[in-house]
Design a protein around this ligand. Structure first.
Ligand SMILES: [Zn+2]
Length: 245
């Protein structure tokens, strides 16, 4: 994890946040997340890095929390149990058994169903009050099926739910390294970012780096993009409160 911080220092970033995937009970989605027994070590490791780099860069303690219907009590305890700076809420699964991925590459059903089910769960997650940031808002496009005007109503409804909850939308640059997309793109795409800005939703830029090389991926381009939106409000987090970035 130290290499990620080193890379962020080299890039001149003011802060770096870690947000590993949260443990889930009964081995749900176990191939992509920490085990319950690893959570304390993860937290300690990030807090140690915070102390080690004090004065050079701020190290934030985050968590990417899968929202799964029916696990609200489990997640509430998880979120309350550590001194998190921020919780990124994400929908990686369309079912409570965590078997249906929200961007299935072999998806053969209706695109309309894929997006409507996904956004339904995003709205439930937003209403749950468990998260501070909504992750990779239009991630089903990673299936190769882009959203179209048919999803406009669902997208707007979901953004308005984010407004009501007073939480923040992530601009995630990992789409620049995802070969499944038809062309490199942010999550969400530019038109949704513009709509979010118009609705006054605060934004947080995240490279979702899985290797040190990807820390800060395309941040210079994001700066140019956001400079074009003079009303855009960029935020960071301390102890689950929004602060100006
Ligand atoms: Zn994710």
């Amino acid at each position: 994890m130290e290499e990620f911080v080193e890379r962020a220092v080299e890039r001149g970033l003011k802060a770096i946040g870690f947000a590993d995937h949260n443990p889930l009970p009964r081995g749900l989605g176990a191939n992509v997340r920490m085990k319950e027994a690893e959570l304390d070590d993860y937290v300690k490791c990030v807090l140690d890095l915070r102390r080690q780099y004090e004065g050079r860069i701020e190290v934030l303690l985050g968590l990417e929390m899968d929202y799964v219907e029916g696990l609200e009590d489990y997640l509430t305890a998880q979120v309350a149990g550590q001194p998190w700076d921020y919780i990124i809420g994400s929908i990686h699964y369309l079912d409570a058994e965590c078997t249906q991925i929200s961007w299935p590459r072999n998806f053969t059903g209706e695109t309309a169903w894929l997006y409507s089910r996904y956004f339904e769960l995003v709205r439930k997650m937003v209403r749950s009050g468990l998260c501070d940031v909504v992750a990779h808002f239009d991630v089903p496009k990673r299936s190769g099926r882009a959203h179209t005007e048919h999803q406009t109503g669902d997208i707007t409804r979901t953004l308005k739910e984010i407004v009501r909850a007073g939480i923040c939308l992530e601009i995630n640059t990992s789409g620049y390294r995802h070969p499944e997309l038809r062309r490199p793109d942010t999550y969400p795409t530019r038109t949704i970012i513009a709509e979010a800005v118009a609705l006054g939703i605060p934004l947080a830029v995240n490279s979702d780096a899985h290797t040190p090389e990807d820390v800060g991926l395309k941040f210079d381009e994001m700066e140019r993009l956001l400079a074009r939106h003079k009303d855009a409000r960029l935020v960071s987090f301390r102890s689950r409160r929004q602060v100006a970035a």
